[in-house]
Design a protein around this ligand. Structure first.
Ligand code: ATR
Length: 277
């Protein structure tokens, strides 16, 4: 670092587990960019001061993680369509004093599906389990990438209805109940778990009560990456389905943030190495 180093970072609470500093600093070094990325533990009551700090110190931007993704929105000058429709910001770009908020989680997920397993989103029919923040990001990106139809199933139907209402303008999206899922068997090409069910320490849990209808014509994707192979993915593989884990979303949301800040193509292989070691 020297007096010209451009500074970036991630804010969250907690933050000490974050892999983003390793991933981003490796990417800056590989691309020979004089940039440095730190992790900042910011409590909710300090969020306005932290954003004022970005402006005052002239930082190029931030990643934003739990619990600040929604609360940070009114503190910014502009919001990209992704952030506005999803209702959360995970990336801030400081464009000569104007702070713009983006959400790269969904588009990162979509790029991970396409680049890692060659899944073709355009024209696909997709079942999404869950209707929280992660589901909103994924639905946004799938519809933007031309998914033909999205079915949503969530424990709390009111949340499903809200998600359907918010995204209907972007494409074809329909609520379904858990009892209807086996009927989708031959319609969908992709099933995505966006809930936290199956995450450590509850790694023996599966978000689907009935898995008997899973088959080899499906791709099953789980946003949970801890464990890397969830119970859902294990069962899906036993039924012959193709599987896709959640770590790629972490890498590619970071890849987009890197590209917005630097204008360089992200070195995604090296970023993968950092999150998996
Ligand atoms: P995130 O930003 O990770 O999506 P969230 O907005 O809190 O987090 O959403 C969590 C999602 O996981 C929701 O769809 C939630 O279902 P509800 O809307 O019914 O709360 C789902 N979820 C969490 N725990 C669950 C459980 N034990 N069984 C079923 N769904 C669960």
């Amino acid at each position: 670092m020297d007096s010209k180093t451009i500074l970036l970072g991630v804010i969250g609470d907690p933050i000490s587990h974050s892999k983003s500093p390793l991933m981003m600093n490796r990417a800056f070094a590989l691309c020979k960019l004089n940039m440095a990325y730190g992790a900042f533990h910011v409590k909710a009551e300090q969020l306005p001061a932290a954003i004022a700090g970005v402006r005052a110190l002239g930082m190029r931007g931030l990643n934003v993680t739990i619990p600040h993704k929604e609360a940070v929105m009114p503190l910014l000058d502009e919001l990209d369509e992704s952030a506005r429709l999803i209702g959360a910001v995970n990336t801030i770009v400081n464009e000569q004093g104007v702070l713009k908020g983006y959400n790269t989680d969904g588009i990162g997920y979509a790029r991970s599906l396409e680049e890692e397993i060659g899944f073709r989103i355009s024209g696909a029919e997709v079942l999404v389990i869950g209707a929280g923040g992660a589901a909103r990001a994924v639905v946004y990106a799938l519809l933007k990438r031309g998914a033909a139809k999205i079915y949503i199933c969530n424990r709390t139907p009111e949340r499903t209805a809200q998600l359907v209402a918010d995204f209907s303008e972007l494409g074809n999206i329909q609520p379904v109940t858990e009892a209807q899922l086996p009927d989708l068997k031959d319609r969908i090409q992709l099933l995505i778990n966006t809930t936290s069910v199956g995450m450590t320490p509850n790694h023996d849990r599966c978000p689907l009560a009935d898995t008997s209808w899973l088959h080899e014509g499906l791709t099953v994707s789980d946003l949970v990456y801890n464990p890397r192979i969830t119970r859902l993915l294990e069962i899906a593989a036993e039924h012959g389905a193709a599987t896709h884990g959640g770590l790629g979303m972490l890498v590619y949301q970071g890849a987009y943030a890197f590209e917005y800040w630097t204008g360089h193509k992200a070195p995604t292989e090296a970023m993968w190495q950092e999150v998996t070691r």
